[in-house]
Design a protein around this ligand. Structure first.
Ligand code: FAD
Length: 418
């Protein structure tokens, strides 16, 4: 029997793990290598939302003006650490160029399709692998405190309807009866019934354990430092102690992907977008449905082990330090929407921080590089990596086996900035 193709995946977050899952399912010989121990990446402490509702990319008209306003408030949900960094300036310029109505119109159907397929794939994985990760298809609610943002969300709902996504516009009473488990102090809400949510750490551990017992190799605490190349082909990746070789290589190193790929003179512009989360194990009130506190940009998700709140987007480099003022901004915003809570409920909780890999146009990079015959990347999923994990992994497996990918779009090209 012919030996099956071997694939080495660098990075064991949600994207690397889902790539390993679908490649293994196709009978390829898979090894995953990670600088950490498969417990600490951005894919563990996130809000676990699966979001067809997030069809508008981060780079959208109005975002730059809003971002500048937020910059002057130390407790706001967005911040750029001021620094003279060529990479940041060039990323900002690309973000600005991507924020046009025309570009957003092109991106919307692609993001919608990716998210809808991924949601179905989560369902399928749960059944096929008998995995329990608290997957709930109950939708997502955008809660609005002000009339202005309620009207903005209603406009988003209309755009969603045009794309064929169902929405419900709710006044305060309707919103209250949709999720009677917690008291609301809001102007109105928009409900996206097609969204879903899950408990990320349960999914990550469950799938990794399953793959490991099925023979997928997982190398821990092994940082890839560079590549060996011959005639436009990768022949190995370098760890501090050895060279690892395979037929095909997948780069799924999240926020670290841009610097790793620089070794191969490949440019995939990325900025790390830091966010925080914390879990209230026994909350004063437990919602049934996940939600976003619209003006505060705080995500709220009922999980298997409690109620998780997540927020902020700080472009501050690759550091995971916790900014107490910004965290205080999250604490104070919650009681404004959910009056049963007070900021003191959160101050003693353990805080997690993670780095979202943010591309300037808000679209992931998924595909094979033109310059190297056996190198695929899947990264840059920004705020949607958990949601898009399964579809990205499936697409990686299809690209490697030269099949038609689930979604094909030049907007996802890994070479779009090369
Ligand atoms: C507060 C917060 C809330 C979020 N909420 C949601 C949400 O509700 N829904 C959603 O869809 N997304 C959400 N996200 C975004 C989501 O978490 C990310 O998009 C996703 O986790 C990125 O996954 P990844 O696999 O690309 O990267 P990561 O999870 O960061 O994994 C990359 C891995 O690569 C490894 N690595 C890096 N460099 C090397 C190297 N040189 N050699 C070996 N290994 C290396 C790292 O150790 C790491 O394990 C949220 C993020 C944050 C911060």
């Amino acid at each position: 029997m012919a030996k099956s193709k071997s694939v080495l995946i660098v990075g064991g977050g949600i994207i690397g793990l889902c790539s390993a899952y679908y490649l293994h399912k196709k009978g390829l010989e898979v090894t995953v290598v990670d600088a950490g121990n498969y417990e600490g990446s951005c894919s563990f402490g996130n809000a676990g939302m699966v979001v067809p509702s997030h069809f508008i990319p981060l780079a959208a008209p109005g975002m730059i003006t809003q971002g500048i306003k937020w910059m002057f408030n130390p407790e706001s949900p967005f911040h750029i650490k001021p620094r003279l960094d060529k990479g940041l300036i060039s990323w900002g310029w690309k973000f600005y160029k991507a924020s046009s109505e025309k570009k957003v119109q092109q991106a919307m159907p692609v993001l919608k399709e990716l998210n809808l397929i991924s949601k179905e794939l989560y369902e399928q994985i749960a059944v096929d692998e008998s995995l329990e990760f608290a997957f709930q298809k109950k939708g997502l609610v955008m809660y609005c405190k002000s009339l202005e943002s309620f009207q903005e969300e209603i406009e988003v709902a209309h755009k969603a309807n045009k794309l064929g996504l169902k929405t419900e516009i709710l006044d305060k009473e309707d919103a209250q009866s949709l999720d009677p488990g917690l008291k609301l102090d809001i102007e109105g809400a928009v409900y996206f019934p097609l969204d879903a949510f899950l408990t990320p750490n349960l999914f990550m551990k469950g799938l990794k354990d399953k793959l490991e017992s099925d023979g997928v190799k997982f190398l821990r605490n092994t940082e890839i430092k560079g590549f060996q190349v011959k005639n436009n082909k990768i022949t190995g990746v370098e760890t501090p102690i050895e060279v690892l070789s395979a037929d095909e290589y997948v780069i799924a190193t999240g926020s670290w992907s841009a610097s790793l790929l620089k070794n191969l003179k490949l440019s995939i512009p990325l900025m790390a977008g830091k966010g925080y989360s914390f879990v209230v194990p026994n909350p004063k009130a437990m919602p049934e449905i996940c939600s976003i506190l619209t003006e505060a940009r705080v995500a709220v998700t009922p999980m298997a082990h409690g109620l998780r709140f997540a927020g902020t987007m700080e472009l501050a480099g690759l550091d995971l330090d916790i900014n107490k003022r910004r965290l205080e901004g999250i604490f104070k915003s919650i009681p404004q929407y959910f009056p049963e809570f007070s900021a003191d409920d959160f101050r003693d909780l353990e805080i997690w921080s993670g780095l979202r890999p943010c591309s300037p146009d808000g679209m992931p990079y998924i595909g094979r590089f033109n310059k190297y015959t056996n190198l695929v990347a899947a990264t840059g999923h920004s705020m949607m990596g958990m949601s898009l994990g399964p579809v990205s992994g499936k697409m990686v497996s299809q690209i490697i086996t030269n099949e038609k990918a689930e979604v094909e779009s030049p907007l996802l090209s890994v070479d779009r900035y090369n």
